[in-house]
Write a protein that binds this ligand. Structure first.
Ligand code: CA
Length: 367
């Protein structure tokens, strides 16, 4: 823009001005440099999520040798975490990194692009987004808000969460105040609990003060970092509400459209690389973190009873189905997701699940 102003306001003719600019390569190159502001919903340097957003930023900056510099702002540094979407819509920021289910106030269909209760696991979610029409539908939804979406991280199956009492039956869930965002929160409301959504950085204080009785966050690696074991004793599995959580980058559509094709590819590749890398990071670190929680901090590990999971499953189907009932883009996204969920369940049963069961048979293996 500045270069164009210089050219049009110059006393020189246009051709002469361009020739003059190109004969001074250093200032011309510096004018081609661009700094893009990335806001995130994560506390500064938060393991996995915040560091993953930083890796994405660095991937773009390094791949373009600094011609495009992505500058990261942690939660609250430029805008409050839950204002990230609005900030990108309005152009206050160029892009965000976050979990798109934070934006269900914009469209409930955003939940599908993070994860929905009893929905898809990480590899299934990637299969849907990359190879079964998910990305196209995500872009169609984003076009309503002027945002281009890309997958950029995954936590894998999450934990059910931290509770200050044991959960032995569905009655134990009634009246429970739990931090749980997205459609998972609506499911909890359906079974008699009371859900609230809080950004990560505010959960510990709420749990400590008794404002909430329970919280979900991510899994052992992330939950250890927040220190929830200090204020809640029981740690439940599995994460019925988030069988995976795709993290996403949302880029202001005008900014995206202003990028040449090669830079768009750089962004896409950086996001897809981080999508895979972050998932592997969680998988690599969760077991050690879980051992620390159980052995060092005496956390009581519990499996959510099937009675509770069954009720949650029933309520999940209702809540997710109601998004489909909205029709329009939401209806299309629901139909695509549900069709793929059926296929994924069939293949996963014969592949991942069956192999995992086979590997757990009591044969000798390790020396
Ligand atoms: Ca979560």
């Amino acid at each position: 823009m500045k270069r164009r102003d210089f050219v049009t306001t110059s006393a020189l003719g246009a051709t002469a001005a361009l020739a003059a600019v190109s004969s001074f390569p250093t200032p011309a190159l510096s004018q081609n440099k661009r700094v893009l502001r990335l806001v995130t919903t994560w506390p500064k340097g938060f393991p996995g999520l915040g560091t993953g957003a930083q890796r994405f930023a660095d991937r773009v900056t390094n791949a373009t040798n600094g011609r495009l510099t992505v500058k990261l702002f942690a939660a609250g540094e430029l805008v409050p975490p839950f204002e990230s979407f609005n900030a990108v819509m309005s152009g206050t920021a160029d892009m965000y990194h976050g979990a798109d289910y934070y934006w269900v106030g914009k469209s409930k269909a955003y939940a599908f692009f993070t994860g929905v209760p009893m929905g898809l696991m990480a590899d299934e979610q990637d299969a849907w987004i990359n190879n079964h029409g998910g990305q196209e539908l995500w872009d169609e939804l984003g076009s309503e808000f002027g945002i281009k979406h890309l997958p950029c991280g995954n936590t894998g199956v999450q934990m059910g969460g931290w509770f200050n009492k044991e959960i032995n039956s569905i009655d134990d869930m009634k009246g429970l105040k739990m931090r749980i965002p997205g459609l998972g929160g609506e499911v909890l409301n359906r079974i008699g609990a009371s859900a609230i959504s809080l950004p990560g950085g505010e959960i510990f204080a709420a749990l400590q003060s008794g404002t909430i009785d329970a919280t979900e966050w991510v899994g052992p690696y992330n939950d250890l970092a927040f220190g929830f074991y200090k204020v809640a004793k029981y740690y439940y599995w599995p994460g019925f509400h988030e069988p995976s959580a795709t993290l996403g980058v949302g880029i202001n559509k005008k900014v995206w459209d202003s990028l040449p094709k090669d830079d768009q590819h750089t962004f896409t590749n950086a996001a897809l690389a981080e999508n895979n890398f972050m998932y592997s990071e969680f998988n690599a670190r969760n077991t050690d973190a879980l051992n620390t929680l159980v052995n060092k901090h005496n956390v009581q590990l519990r499996r959510m009873p099937n009675e509770v999971l069954n009720e949650i499953g029933r309520a999940s189907g209702e809540v997710v189905g109601e998004v489909g009932d909205i029709g329009g883009t939401e209806g299309k996204i629901y139909r695509s997701f549900i069709d793929f969920r059926k296929k994924a369940m069939y293949w996963t049963k014969l592949s991942t699940t069956a192999f995992s069961e086979a590997r757990n048979l009591p044969f000798p293996y390790a020396k």
